[in-house]
Design a protein around this ligand. Structure first.
Ligand code: HSE
Length: 356
């Protein structure tokens, strides 16, 4: 059994990590040690009963085998490598923040894509949820047909903003439907606004084309993460630059927050290097572990949050020839549980791979 610690155990991702460890029967020695900002909070678990968080110190993680970080980027910058140094011989820190993702000494890993990088590294970064979910479909297509251009439009759930984001959406919907006549019978918005602090605008009955900070190039940071992380995980330098060789796929993303709770959907268009047919793409996608083909329009079968929520597999469907790129073009739609493949499941799979 392994000594396991979770930093940030009371947040949405921390809670999911506990759930995935339980579901997968991860060999935890005793029970996981939970660190919270102050300590003293109770966390209910199925397998280990009520656990109480401890205040974090690097000292307290010495000798551990697996430390999951579900904390801030600042925390990761300050402590991740230091924790790594004190771990057991094959110990690993899996960081869920974005702070270390572009550092040369920190691999960015989705185990089905580049799990070999788990070996010999003390600190491993989980990709951004949007990228992890997209890569599950993009990687097998990249291997089979090569990728020249990738255009992604996302439909991202409230859980991307954590437990507070999910609560704000649920409260906003309740307020709009039952509260002070915010939503009029004819669908118009009344004068009383829905409260928002987690999102730039109220999310209930809205979509917001703004996730994370705007960059100088007009994209948001969330959108650029898809570019930087796809490049790094496909084996290219993360940042596009004048030394690009032309082999790097060009990636462009529009990231939109929508009022769903915990599954991210993405419409993706690719231009491939080699010609691609729908049948060939389907064959490649259906063989890839962790992907589930959900693609039968005669039965109204396609990926949706309502079917992918709570599941490990990323759904892929609506696979069709893209008429703009012709025989080198493909359109498809994917949906994956943001807290599982996009965070907790991926982190636990990384830990399993690192220790195998
Ligand atoms: N940045 C993502 C989002 C969450 O806001 O949806 C990534 O885990």
């Amino acid at each position: 059994p392994l000594k396991v610690a979770i930093v940030g155990a009371t947040g949405a991702v921390g809670a999911e990590i506990i759930g995935v460890l339980e579901q997968r029967g991860f060999p935890v020695e005793g029970s996981p040690t939970l660190f919270g900002s102050k300590g003293g909070k109770s966390v209910e678990t199925k397998q280990w009963g009520t656990l109480t968080t401890e205040a974090f110190s690097v000292e307290a993680t010495k000798g551990y085998d697996v430390v999951f970080l579900a904390a801030s980027g600042d925390f990761a910058i300050k402590y991740a490598r230091e924790i790594g140094k004190g771990l057991s011989e094959n110990g690993v820190v899996v960081d869920n923040s974005s702070a270390l993702r572009y550092d040369d000494d920190v691999p960015l890993v989705v185990p089905e894509v580049n799990g070999q990088l788990c070996e010999g590294n003390k600190v491993i970064a989980n990709p951004n949820c949007t990228t992890a979910i997209a890569l599950m479909a993009l990687f097998p297509l990249f291997l089979a047909f090569g990728l020249k251009k990738v255009i992604v439009s996302t439909y991202q759930a409230a859980s991307g903003a954590g437990a507070a984001g999910m609560a704000e959406l649920k409260e906003g919907i309740a307020d709009a439907v039952q509260g002070d006549a915010y939503l009029e019978d004819d669908g118009r918005f009344g004068s009383k606004p829905i409260a928002n602090t987690e999102f730039a605008h109220p999310l209930a009955f809205n979509v917001i084309p703004h996730i994370d900070k705007f960059q100088e190039n007009g994209y948001t940071k969330e959108e650029m993460k898809v570019t930087w992380e796809c490049r790094k995980m496909l084996g290219f330098p993360p940042l596009p630059s004048s030394s690009d060789t032309g082999k790097e796929p060009k990636v462009s993303c529009t990231a939109v927050r929508i009022p769903t709770l915990r599954a991210h959907s993405e419409a993706i268009t690719i231009e491939t290097e080699k010609p691609v047919t729908v049948e060939a793409a389907r064959a490649v996608l259906s063989d890839f572990p962790g992907l589930k083909l959900s693609d039968d329009v005669d039965k109204n079968l396609y990926p949706m949050p309502i079917t992918s929520t709570g599941n490990y597999d990323v759904e892929v469907g609506r696979i069709r020839r893209n008429d703009v790129f012709g025989e080198n073009g493909l359109d498809f739609f994917i949906c994956g549980d943001q807290l599982l493949r996009g965070a907790a499941l991926n982190a636990v799979l990384v830990a399993e791979k690192a220790r195998s």
